[in-house]
Design a protein. Structure first.
Length: 337
């Protein structure tokens, strides 16, 4: 058995901002039921992979036989003051979500989680097994992060840390090691600690977040600009404004973000030049240039064709915007109920 405090000390050396541990049992039945009903109602849009391997997604022991604990690590990615804000000197230009301006966090976190697992293997003794997860593995990571005490799932459906805010990358180690201090179940509560705050709901340009707590990926700008393939519904395209890749509105509006510290790990490099990309440059890119320019970036995920589709939409929206709005970074989008 290894104590969570020892794991937290080692994780801090590796550059993580917070670490918790949870029992590897199935996620809270309420969260599992919500996820399955959300999928059945079409909330996941065309992301069919969300419906695959549900048994593994909702039960870590289905991913690693004999698992006893899930170690959840968090890394703050709130840009430092010198990096925060797009470069508006490029016109016309499209905005990129802040997380995508960093080097690919999947690689960054996996390397450090593997190092943490190696340390844990040495401390716990031989015979233990580990599975490192960062996004690509089906796992209800926000539910497990909440159980592990790293924060709570807010109205924006993001994991919000009271100390680090909502801009955090998550990664997990599922292991057969018993962790002393691992939480056994999600704390029961009637409502989110968001209280009466609706800032994320009011900030969402397309109405993807609803007042009753639901989230519809079919209306989410992050989904539309990254995951959605092919033409976009005109009414939704109009609301994208100048958002070229992803959307930050629901996290930028969060009060917990206002008081959160900036990212402390300087090894995760922020590329400020990616925060605002010239639309003409994107439209003129070849596949080879796209691959070279965004190598090691999550921008690769949507592919050049989708990025150029997004650029055409942004360009059309900017042309329709009043001159002062164009200078301020483009249309913010109107609220849709």
């Amino acid at each position: 058995m290894v104590h969570i405090e020892d794991i937290q000390r080692e994780a801090a050396v590796l550059g993580f901002d917070a670490v918790g541990a949870a029992d590897a049992g199935p996620v809270d039945p309420r969260q599992a039921a919500y996820f399955q009903s959300w999928l059945a109602a079409g909330g996941g849009a065309t992301m069919a992979w969300l419906g695959r391997n549900i048994d593994k997604r909702l039960n870590p022991t289905a991913l690693l036989d004999g698992a006893r604990s899930v170690i959840v690590a968090a890394l703050n990615y709130k840009p430092r003051p010198r990096d925060d804000g797009p470069d508006l000197n490029k016109t016309p230009a499209g905005r990129v979500a802040q997380y995508a301006c960093y080097d690919d966090y999947h690689v960054f976190m996996k390397d450090r989680l593997r190092a943490l697992a190696q340390w844990l293997s040495t401390v716990a003794g031989g015979g233990h097994r580990f599975k490192v997860c960062v996004d690509s593995v089906p796992l209800a990571e926000r539910a497990l992060a909440e159980r592990a005490g790293l924060g709570f799932i807010g109205r924006n459906h993001m994991l919000i840390s009271p100390s680090l805010g909502p801009q955090i990358f998550l990664g997990e180690i599922i292991t057969t090691v018993d962790v002393a201090g691992a939480a056994a179940q999600t704390p029961r509560r009637d409502e989110r600690p968001c209280g009466d705050c609706r800032r994320c709901i009011d900030a969402c340009p397309t109405g993807a977040l609803s007042g009753d707590g639901d989230f519809d990926a079919r209306r989410c700008i992050s989904y539309l600009t990254i995951e959605h393939q092919g033409p976009m519904e005109p009414a939704l395209a109009d609301l994208i404004g100048d958002r070229l890749f992803g959307c930050d509105e629901c996290v930028l509006a969060c009060p917990y973000r206002d008081r959160a510290p900036a990212a402390a790990n300087g090894h995760l490099v922020y590329h400020r030049q990616r925060a605002c990309l010239g639309l003409g440059d994107v439209l003129g890119m070849s596949e080879d240039l796209f691959e070279r320019q965004f190598a090691g970036s999550v921008l690769i995920r949507c592919g050049l064709q989708s990025l150029q589709r997004n650029a055409r939409i942004c360009l059309a929206n900017l042309h329709r915007a009043p001159p002062l709005q164009r200078m301020a970074g483009g249309p913010r989008g109107r609220k849709v109920r």
